[in-house]
Design a binder for this molecule. Structure first.
Ligand code: GCW
Length: 638
């Protein structure tokens, strides 16, 4: 059997223990959803013909929505449209596999667009990818294993993903040609994903008119530039009429954009938006714009302020098919950040929440890290005293996007348990009211259906993993402290004297940047209620205290511990917790298939080495700065 099919959260990829239902007979609406149902039932092992399952389209239910009703006497799955029907089929199979036998369900996605961005390079290497090589590119061109790609499409569709981009937002001059010379290949990718209800987005190079059109400028206000984009978009839509749109990283990390040509972000976004507008396309415009050439001596510039400063004043200037793609935090996918103040702030501009499933700063799929736990906090994050980010999903924020974590490794995600993050992203984008516990339970029950004894311990381990990683990482939201460039493992001063605007400014007495109104003024970008919460050390959530405040090492936390002792304690505990994970995992040896057991155990050993490295580097760093020893007398290297 194909290895990658052995595990996976898809119910229908896993034959398992006998179900209560003897078998099914699909009927009704023929088409792709029907085929997927038959396929899924066969996979699960239902072959006898007893219970009738009827598929039907029913517009009243609404787009992408589904209803499942009935029980052993007969089941009906209704979809508001083709996609809704497909989601109904997957929703049914998933529940059936988890033991549900009676249905009265109505489900619809909160956000209309649930998107994965792949940062895959045309060379086959994935930027910030930790699961092998690209599923889409090989050796400088589009190249894939068709069956594998279809399995991938199914994995994504089954959790409700409905759009993907497959080339890196750092578009190279070669992958810029996906909309010109390589258009036939792009079209083929679109065809593979289309039946699964997944539309394609292409990441475009802002300077394409110069690179490929022979023009002397990419200036968004130049009529020739606008014409080039309009023509190019028309060609693309002739081949791929349902292309979702273009995603753009511009004026960001050494990439050109409208600002570098003296224009605004709105000028740039509207240029692309107008080219795709006649075809119903979108411009997904990333807001990851900041000065990546900061002088570390400059204490006025504060990187977290950048996105808001650039984009908020332009509210009302964007065309209606522009969506602003905003990273969840104002820094960059750190373990702990406040939400970006830009989210929810703009009244007139549709916004997208951008998350990261690939574990760039969160353990790189060597360390276990449940992103669902962090996402739950992100959704809970207040916008005002009465509105949370979650409340905006489906409204101002009608698109949730994440950077994908899959590659051609046989288990898709490098770390087998990192599949939980892919699963959680789809489910939580569909329904942000789901808790981390709920989605991790669902995932574990589906993935380990045949290994029931392992399910509970795995759920507990995965749920705890975010907290554990945070313990041995940079403390209290200060962030970074990672190896510059590859971002794995500790380097406390790695970014400190660099151009990236990410400073902790630790000296012998204190650490942190004052971001209150008395400091850089960053807190003023929030709604007054949220601002007041962060402004005051007493009300600022403690886990993020060092994001907002500069504090002396003897600052007393609410527990009565000093800040320094907290750093020591958490770093010792982090390592102990990872040792606990290993003990738990070893106790499951007999309850899991060998390959899964061994591969995860290997990862946990790597995690332990990483946790120890973090512990010792961070503790030594602060011991050397302060000269204050651990109150509990544990070993700190001098
Ligand atoms: O997190 C940073 C990464 C870059 C990435 C960038 C972005 C695609 O380190 O590798 O580039 O974010 O989001 O554009």
């Amino acid at each position: 059997m194909n290895k990658n099919r052995e595990f996976g959260y898809q119910a229908w990829l896993q034959p398992g223990p006998k179900l209560d239902f003897p078998g099914f007979q699909p009927a009704g609406e023929k088409g792709f959803a029907y085929d997927e149902l038959v396929r899924g039932l066969h996979r699960i092992g239902c072959r006898d013909i007893d219970t009738m399952i009827n598929l039907a389209l029913c517009e009243d239910i609404g787009p992408q929505a589904y209803k499942i009703t009935g029980s052993i006497d007969g089941i009906t799955i209704r979809g508001g449209d083709e996609r809704g029907l497909l989601y109904g089929v997957y929703g049914f199979l998933s529940r059936l596999r988890r033991g549900q036998t009676s249905f009265d369900i109505f489900d619809k996605p909160a956000a209309s667009r649930r998107i994965l961005n792949h940062w895959d390079n045309i060379t086959g290497r994935i930027e910030r990818g930790y699961s092998g090589k690209s599923l889409f590119f090989k050796d400088g061109q589009i190249g894939y294993d068709l069956e594998r790609l279809k399995d991938y499409a199914r994995l994504l569709a089954s959790i409700g993903i409905n759009e993907i981009s497959f080339n890196n937002v750092n578009v190279c001059s070669e992958s810029a040609k996906l909309i010109t010379d390589y258009l036939p290949d792009t079209k083929r990718i679109a065809e593979i994903f289309r039946p699964f209800g997944i539309k394609i987005i292409v990441a475009i190079h802002f300077e394409s008119p110069v690179l490929m059109g022979g023009l002397s400028t990419a200036d968004p206000l130049d009529p020739d530039v606008a014409e080039w984009w309009a023509k190019t978009a028309a060609n693309v839509y002739k081949e791929i009429p349902d292309l979702a749109g273009f995603v753009v990283k511009a004026d960001s990390e050494f990439r050109a954009g409208p600002m570098s040509l003296g224009r605004t972000q709105a000028d740039g976004a509207n240029l692309i938006a107008r080219a795709v507008k006649p075809h119903g396309g979108m411009c997904y415009w990333r807001c990851f714009v900041y000065n990546c050439m900061q002088d570390w001596r400059d204490t006025e510039t504060d990187r977290p302020k950048a996105a808001y400063d650039y984009f908020y004043p332009l509210d009302g200037h964007f065309d209606d098919n522009v969506m602003l793609q905003i990273k969840h935090g104002p820094s960059d996918f750190q373990v702990r950040e406040p939400n970006s103040p830009l989210l929810g702030a703009m009244e007139k501009t549709p916004q997208m929440l951008e998350l990261q499933v690939t574990q760039e700063y969160t353990g790189q799929q060597k360390d276990l890290y449940a992103l669902a736990v962090q996402w739950e906090e992100i959704f809970d994050h207040p916008i005002t005293d009465i509105i949370a980010t979650r409340d905006l999903i489906g409204d101002k924020i009608d698109a949730v996007v994440a950077v994908a974590n899959a590659g051609d490794d046989s288990n898709w995600t490098g770390h087998l348990l990192a599949q939980a993050n892919t699963y959680a992203f789809g489910r939580m984008a569909w329904d942000p009211s789901l808790t981390a516990l709920q989605v991790i339970e669902e995932w574990a029950e589906l993935t380990f259906a045949n290994y029931p004894k392992a399910i509970r311990p795995i759920i507990e381990m995965v749920l705890e993993s975010r907290g554990v990683y945070e313990k041995y990482n940079a403390p209290l939201g200060i962030g970074w402290m990672v190896n510059i460039s590859h971002h794995y493992g500790p380097s406390v001063d790695g970014y400190e004297y660099m151009k990236w605007g990410t400073y902790h400014r630790a000296d012998t007495k204190a650490i942190g940047v004052d971001r209150t109104t008395a400091g850089t003024g960053y807190t003023a970008q929030y709604h007054p209620y949220v601002q007041a919460m962060y402004e005051n050390k007493e009300t600022c959530p403690e886990e993020i205290l060092l994001y907002f405040h500069r504090l002396p090492y003897d600052y007393k936390l609410r527990s009565g511990q000093t800040l320094l002792q907290y750093i020591y304690d958490t770093h010792f505990e982090g390592v102990e917790d990872v040792e606990g994970f290993i003990a738990t995992w070893e106790s499951l040896k007999e309850d899991l298939p060998e390959e899964a057991y061994t591969s995860v155990k290997e990862r946990l050993q790597m995690q332990l080495a990483n946790a120890k490295e973090w512990r010792d580097v961070v503790n030594s760093y602060f011991y050397r700065k302060t000269g204050i020893a651990d109150a509990k007398g544990r070993k700190i290297y001098e």
